[in-house]
Ligand binder design. Structure first.
Ligand code: LAC
Ligand code: ZN
Length: 468
């Protein structure tokens, strides 16, 4: 696909829609040139435009479509796969000014918000009405629009699923400028293709989401964290199906090993309980009363003792609980600090995690690469990071390693990305293992939404320089 250049006349036309101060063509564009993914890729857009409402988004898209100018939508830029990097140049369409909570509807347990609303804003607005948005990807400065684009997951997926589980409907602008509404304030719907769910996770390649209808639930009365040490990762992972079979449904079950625990201690200066043990599960539970939480914790403890655990640590107070959770949330910045070369976000059936991590580490060791692994044991989502110093030789080796890891993961019935999206970071690995018939169908869907291919080019399955 070849694109047209942004001219000064085109910039003026954008300014006529959003006002001059919301069209950026100078150094301020740098802040829109990348996201928080690893690696050096950053591309300056020709122009950044910051609309304030749906009508402006529609007019911008119509204009860009007529002129064949690429458009990369952007939320807070906290993505980890390069989905918001404008690799074909053109326009970055930032939704930062569309940040209003339009409504919290207590009777229907839902909220209607603009895409630039941050998660922290949403948690607060729901909480003020006694309601709860349980999805917790961890980065609370992320926007709901960005979460919808990647179908963000996080640490509460075992009980609550991922972003798509709590989205009831969308308003979205198509590349042609048409505005569509999908879904509604209801639970049932069998009225044709589910466009809400098709747009969720499409990483800004099909439409620009301008309004999100979000399902809410009641605030849980109590929550607790259990931190459980095991002799080996295999023991820890094998306990997970049995925890679920015991009839308790934790909010999340995280796994981690000694290496990351010790790195996070060094990075944060906070001491983690039982830090000399080999492997851990961190189990988050919620219930209505202290007694229920206690009973659940005991059941989980019993199962874990049967799998080799010799202790169950319950943080004694709110501060200790907060520290433990914060330590978990700091894994990504910790590993970045110690020389993260890549971020793997693979997902495998949860019973296969131990085998997958063991095989991956063996392959890495054979190649002389240090691999740190942790992740969301309850939902099969494994994060792995080769760490070291970035040189062209090391990068080539890491690339070879990742190709192998994705092959191993796919052979176990996995998928390339569990929660961060493909963006540009995972695109080629995805194309390396994906069923060609499925990719071709995705391309036809893309063309139906975006005939000129202007929306977020170069992402998912679209290699730059090739028409998608
Ligand atoms: C986490 C992010 C990297 O699980 O997804 O910490
Ligand atoms: Zn994660």
């Amino acid at each position: 696909m070849s694109y047209m250049k942004v001219t000064s006349g085109f910039v003026q036309a954008l300014a006529a829609i959003v006002g001059e101060k919301n069209v950026l063509t100078g150094d301020e564009r740098k802040a829109y040139s990348r996201d928080e993914s690893t690696g050096p890729v950053a591309v300056m857009p020709d122009v950044v435009v910051r609309p304030e409402n749906t009508e402006a988004v529609s007019r911008i898209m119509k204009l860009a479509n007529e002129h064949g100018i690429p458009v990369t939508p952007r939320g807070a830029g906290t993505g980890l796969s390069g989905g918001a990097i404008p690799i074909a140049g053109g326009i970055v369409l930032s939704l930062e000014r569309m940040n209003k909570i339009i409504e919290v509807d207590r009777d229907n347990f839902c909220a209607t918000v603009e895409p630039g609303v941050t998660l922290i804003q949403l948690y607060k607005a729901a909480g003020e009405q006694g309601l709860y948005y349980p999805t917790y990807p961890g980065e609370t400065s992320a926007t709901i629009g960005g979460n919808v684009a990647t179908n963000a997951g996080g640490m509460r997926a075992v009980r609550y699923g991922v972003t798509r589980s709590f989205i009831l409907g969308l308003q979205a602008v198509l590349p042609t400028g048409e505005v569509i509404e999908t879904g509604g304030k209801f639970v049932k719907n069998t009225s044709g293709y589910d466009l809400t769910q098709l747009i969720i996770g499409s990483e800004g390649t099909l439409a620009i989401v301008t309004r999100v209808l979000i399902k809410l639930t009641l605030i849980p009365g109590k929550s607790e964290i259990l931190f459980i040490p095991f002799p080996t990762l295999k023991d820890a992972i094998e306990a997970v199906p049995d925890i679920l079979k015991a009839g308790v449904l934790p909010v999340g079950i995280e796994f981690m090993e000694k290496d990351i625990i010790q790195m996070v201690e060094k990075f944060t200066g906070v001491s983690i309980p039982m830090h000399d043990r080999n492997a851990f599960l961190m189990v988050m539970v919620e219930a209505e009363t202290d007694e229920q939480v206690q009973a659940t914790a005991e059941k989980i403890g019993d199962v874990c003792f049967g799998h080799g655990a010799d202790d169950v640590f319950l943080p004694p107070n709110a501060q200790a609980k907060k520290e433990l959770l914060e330590a978990r949330e700091k894994f990504y910045p910790t590993i970045s600090h110690f020389g993260m070369l890549e971020l793997v976000d693979i997902v495998v059936p949860r019973s296969k995690i131990a085998e997958f991590v063991a095989q991956s580490k063996q392959i890495a060791t054979d190649m002389g690469i240090n691999l740190v692994a942790y992740g969301h044991a309850g939902d099969g989502n494994v994060h792995m990071h080769p760490i070291g110093e970035r040189t062209p030789e090391v990068e080539a080796k890491v690339h070879k390693l990742l190709v192998e890891l994705y092959k191993v993961g796919m052979a176990m019935g996995g998928a390339v990305s569990g929660e961060h999206g493909l963006g540009i970071a995972k695109r080629d690995y995805f194309l390396g293992v994906a069923d060609p018939a499925r990719v071709e169908l995705m391309k036809r869907i893309k063309t139906a939404f975006d005939p000129r291919g202007i929306l977020n080019p170069g992402k998912l399955f679209d290699r730059p320089g090739k028409a998608s």
